[in-house]
Design a protein around this ligand. Structure first.
Ligand code: ADP
Ligand code: MG
Length: 204
């Protein structure tokens, strides 16, 4: 992955805007089954990345992802920080190790597995992994960007029926059922934002 300033800046702007517009909603979701700070945490993380955008845009994409991931780990604060951070750091690390690799789906799968290890979690626990894995499946199928975004929304909505087995919501047991997982929701919002940028820059 070579240096692509417009791609990196475009992704940063789109993700920041999506989280800013939905921060109150994400806090509301987190009030139902957590401690009410997910929107605030994610907004803090996006603002920190945004503050570093000029330096990030000058880096090769792989290095920009790693650096942005470290910023997220340092700034988000909540459980989601190390998880989103690990995702970006791992994608960046793998891409830097093999710049010619063209199988992004495989890179993404490895990175999501690293997130799962970091959270001692897996699919089905009512977390952001319940969006990440279905998104990866669509990426591997070369699904169009708009349809990947729809799949992310569907997957986030499907967490309503799940019982939380990880994170704060786990302590609610069966009472966690009936609510969307906040991390799954932020993940769907970010997926939608990223897909919109990629669709604009690489129409298929
Ligand atoms: P905190 O729970 O520390 O307040 P946030 O509210 O920012 O952190 O993030 C909560 C979200 O993080 C959850 O909705 C869930 O998607 C995700 N999450 C929490 N713990 C885990 C875990 N162990 N594995 C995967 N995802 C997790
Ligand atoms: Mg929280």
């Amino acid at each position: 992955m070579r240096q692509q300033p417009h791609l990196v800046s475009g992704l940063i702007d789109a993700c920041r805007a999506a989280i800013a517009a939905n921060a109150d909603y994400l806090c509301e979701l987190d009030r139902m089954i957590g401690d009410g700070d997910h929107g605030t945490n994610m907004r803090r993380g996006c603002e920190a990345v945004y503050a570093d955008r000029e330096a990030l845009a000058l880096l090769p994409v792989a290095e920009a992802l790693e650096r942005a991931g470290r910023i997220l780990v340092a700034s988000i604060g909540g459980a989601a920080g190390p998880l989103y951070g690990t995702l970006l750091i791992e994608i960046g690390r793998q891409s830097a190790a093999d710049p010619e690799a063209d199988d992004f789906a495989a890179v993404l799968k490895n990175a999501i597995d690293a997130v799962a290890r970091r959270g001692r979690s897996e699919a089905g626990c009512k977390t952001l992994l319940d969006v990440l894995y279905p998104v990866q499946t669509e990426v591997a199928r070369h699904t169009a960007y708009a349809a990947i975004a729809l799949e992310a929304e569907r997957a986030a909505a499907a967490t309503v029926a799940m019982k939380a087995l990880r994170g704060r919501a786990k302590f609610l047991g069966d009472r966690s059922i009936g609510h969307i997982d906040p991390g799954a929701s932020s993940c769907a919002l970010l997926t939608g934002a990223i897909c919109a940028v990629l669709k604009e820059q690489h129409p298929v």
